[in-house]
Design a protein around this ligand. Structure first.
Ligand code: DSN
Length: 429
């Protein structure tokens, strides 16, 4: 009865595959997985359950996922130089909730980055954190808006004695001063949580700060922005065993039951890819972001963070108010197959959230498909032609992107005998 509808959905999936493969994809929270990882999607694990930990499951039939999950946990501990890794949350928000639910009690004071300052929705009153306490206060910022004001924050920690301070954010240009606040936090027993969703790959690639070595109590993250995917969440820490056991219960049974074994198995491959190729990838990604920022500045755009070298991450933020704001600019770019998102900037009031001044650009996906600094120059030119010169650049965007179809920093280049040709044919549809 519904076969026509099923066929229509299949068409939509294929259209999406074809479309985003022709686009310049600049959403800072996305990335692509290698073909080898993509080919593993839809394995038998997609049908299975494995609640609990490897070797102590509530279900039978889990020996292979036990082996895979153990390898992933071990490799994450190596990559992030830590004692504990929790891989069962199925998203970054799910990882945050696993922690908040076991650590934050009603009335506890928690300090966070505000939404305009880039704080993630799960850190806020309306998001996950708000389910556990309403006493949420914003971290004071320095005048430029992209850095913490360490003196004011120290003062607030002394006065408000927060139980937790949440660092790391979604508009994330520069490192957080974990080392600078570690002593005062220790003095008042304020734990530092670092949400590394955006910068996980930059940390693993050793091109960014190392929060767990600098004094963070734990690090949460999603796994698919600057890390190689698949789409999941993790928690990493060096905390004491008895504390970790509580967080562990927050992940299961607290915030998930089955933990989506299909993407877990994919993630185990992604971790190996990152161990081999991640350092170079992280370095190239940051260099590309800096190059794109400088070129956009040269074309006259109001690129944020200029006094600090624009960015130390995969992101570039631009104030496009003079072009009728982020909503208008991101729509115009989308019509031309350049995909990015509008974003509030730190100077804006919350009420601007659906018509913000800014756009946020992430270069991590285009870096993974092989683009370098020269290509960043071309992307800046295309954005300028589209927004400042009001030209249609869609055809040129598609032509340009057609030259970057392979996923680099991966084992895709190694032929898998009978399998590889099938993958290539499938993805070209
Ligand atoms: N809100 C996402 C972003 O930064 O785009 C992260 O969950």
């Amino acid at each position: 009865m519904y076969e026509k509808e099923v066929i229509e959905i299949e068409h939509l999936i294929k259209k999406q595959n074809r479309w985003r493969n022709k686009c310049i994809n600049l959403i800072a929270s996305e990335n692509v997985v290698s073909r080898r990882v993509r080919f593993m999607a839809g394995s038998d694990f997609a049908h299975r359950y494995a609640e609990g930990h490897p070797g102590e499951r509530y279900y039978r039939g889990t020996s292979y996922i036990d082996d895979i999950e153990n390898q992933l946990k071990t490799n994450l501990k190596i990559l992030f130089e830590c004692d504990h890794s929790e891989v069962r949350p199925i998203s970054g928000t799910n990882a945050n909730e696993a922690f908040f639910s076991r650590f934050v009690k009603p009335g506890d004071v928690v300090m966070v980055n505000s939404t305009p300052a880039g704080g993630h929705i799960s850190h806020h009153r309306e998001g996950s954190l708000g389910k556990f306490t309403r006493n949420i206060i914003d971290i004071p910022l320095s005048e430029d808006g992209y850095h913490m004001d360490v003196d004011k924050t120290t003062y607030l920690i002394e006065k408000a004695r927060p139980k937790l301070i949440v660092l790391g954010k979604s508009l994330f240009l520069f490192p957080e001063p974990v080392t600078e606040i570690a002593d005062v936090c220790q003095k008042y027993n304020t734990k530092i949580m670092f949400d590394a969703a955006h910068v996980l790959g930059l940390i693993a690639g050793k091109q960014f700060q190392r929060p767990l070595l600098e004094g963070a109590y734990l690090m949460t993250a999603s796994t698919h922005k600057t890390f190689f995917g698949s789409q999941r969440g993790i928690i990493l820490s060096n905390m004491e065993e008895d504390q970790w056991r509580k967080i562990d219960r927050g992940a299961f049974p607290g915030s998930s039951s089955n933990h989506h074994l299909d993407t877990l198995a994919q993630m185990a491959i992604c971790a190996y890819e990152f161990m081999e190729f991640g350092e170079q990838y992280a370095e190239d990604t940051i260099n590309n972001a800096k190059a794109l920022a400088a070129e956009l500045d040269r074309h006259g755009f109001d690129v944020q963070g200029k006094a600090f070298g624009y960015t130390e991450t995969h992101q570039v933020a631009v104030n496009v108010r003079e072009f009728r704001g982020g909503e208008k600019v991101s729509k115009t770019l989308e019509i031309n197959d350049i995909i990015l998102n509008m974003n509030m900037l730190p100077h804006e009031p919350l009420k601007n959230h659906d018509r913000p001044d800014g756009i946020r650009i992430g270069v991590q996906e285009m870096t993974r498909v092989g683009m370098g600094e020269e290509e960043m120059g071309r992307i800046a030119e295309l954005i300028k032609e589209c927004i400042k010169d009001k030209k249609t650049v869609k055809e040129e965007v598609n032509r340009f992107r057609s030259e970057y179809q392979d996923v680099h920093y991966s084992y895709d280049v190694i032929k898998q005998d009978d399998q590889q040709p099938i993958i290539l044919a499938e993805l070209k549809n």
